[in-house]
Design a protein around this ligand. Structure first.
Ligand code: SAM
Length: 244
C-alpha cells in the first residue's frame, strides 16, 4: 500500500507529532493522543520537515519494507557528527531504504565516500534509489550479504573508516563493534541505533539473545578502554563512541 507520506507528515504536525518516537505507525503510546508532546516530538517539531525522509518512507511502503529507518532526530545528529569531524570514509551496517545513508552523505565534504552493508539485495536497490533521489548516488557503494562477511572482506582489503553507523541485526552488535574498532582510523566515531530495544534492554524479564547482545554491546560502549563512549537515551537509544 502506498503511503501519502507528506499528508501523514502534515497530519502529525497538526497533532504535535513530527516523526519522533511514538509517532506515525510506530509506538502506539502516549504520543497518539492529539496535542500530547513527548520530548522527542517537541524537539522534532522545531525542525523543518525532511522531504528525503518522506520519500524514503514512501519507497519503503511501496516495496513492503519495514518502516524502521533511524529517527530524523538522530539522522540530524549523524549529519552533524560527520560534518564536525570531517569524515572522509564512512561505513554503515544496515541500509534498508537509504535514509541513514542520506543523513551520513549530507555531512560529507566533496570526495567523501560511504560503504553500505546490506543483507538483502532488494533492500539495497531501494536504498540506492533513495540515495540517487537525494543527489548522493555517486557517494555510496553497496556490499550485499551478511555484514560479517563484508566486514572481513573490507579488513582483507586494508580499508579504514572515520565513521561507523551500526544499525542491522541486534544480535550482531558486539561483533560489529569489534569490527568497527579493527577498521577504525584513530579518532573514528562509532554510532549505533536501537540500544534500548523499545524497553527490552532495561526489562529484567527479557533475556533473549538479541537483548543479551545489546546489553553486552552497551556495556562495552561504557567500559571498553579502547573507546570513549556515551549513551543517548532519547528515541530508542543511540550509542556513541570515539575510538582512541
Ligand atoms: C534498522 S534497518 C536499517 C535502517 C537504516 N540504517 C536507516 O536508518 O535508514 C536494518 C537493516 O539491516 C539489514 N540487516 C539485517 N541483518 C543483516 C546482516 N546480517 N548483514 C547485513 N545487513 C543486515 C536489514 O536487512 C535491514 O535493511
Amino acid at each position: 500500500m502506498k503511503v501519502d507520506g507528506q499528508a501523514k507528515w502534515k497530519m502529525n504536525l497538526d497533532a504535535g507529532h513530527t516523526g519522533g518516537a511514538g509517532s506515525l505507525d510506530r509506538d502506539k503510546d502516549v504520543a497518539e493522543a492529539p496535542g500530547v508532546l513527548t520530548p522527542e516530538t517537541y524537539v522534532d517539531g522545531l525542525f523543518a520537515a525532511d522531504e528525503d525522509w518522506v520519500g524514503v518512507r514512501e519507497r519503503l511502503a511501496a516495496n513492503d519494507m519495514p518502516d524502521i529507518s533511524v529517527e530524523p532526530g538522530y539522522g540530524r545528529l549523524l549529519t552533524l557528527l560527520v560534518r564536525a569531524s570531517g569524515v572522509r570514509d564512512a561505513l554503515e551496517i544496515g541500509a534498508l531504504g537509504g535514509y541513514s545513508g542520506i543523513c551520513l552523505a549530507r555531512g560529507m565534504a566533496a570526495g567523501g565516500s560511504l560503504v553500505s552493508l546490506e543483507l538483502k539485495p532488494e533492500f539495497a536497490e531501494v536504498a540506492r534509489s533513495s540515495m540517487e533521489a537525494a543527489g548522493f548516488g555517486g557517494v555510496v557503494e553497496y556490499r550485499l550479504g551478511d555484514a560479517k562477511l563484508s566486514l572481513a572482506a573490507l579488513a582483507e582489503e586494508g580499508r579504514k573508516f572515520d565513521f561507523f553507523f551500526i544499525d542491522a541485526d541486534k544480535g550482531g552488535y558486539p561483533d560489529y563493534l569489534e569490527w568497527a574498532i579493527k577498521l577504525a582510523r584513530p579518532g573514528a566515531i562509532i554510532a549505533a541505533d536501537n540500544t534500548l530495544l523499545r524497553g527490552k534492554t532495561i526489562d529484567q524479564t527479557r533475556n533473549g539473545p538479541s537483548v543479551q547482545a545489546i546489553r553486552a554491546f552497551n556495556e562495552a560502549i561504557a567500559r571498553d578502554e579502547r573507546l570513549i563512549g556515551a549513551m543517548l537515551p532519547a528515541y530508542d537509544g543511540l550509542a556513541l563512541a570515539v575510538v582512541k
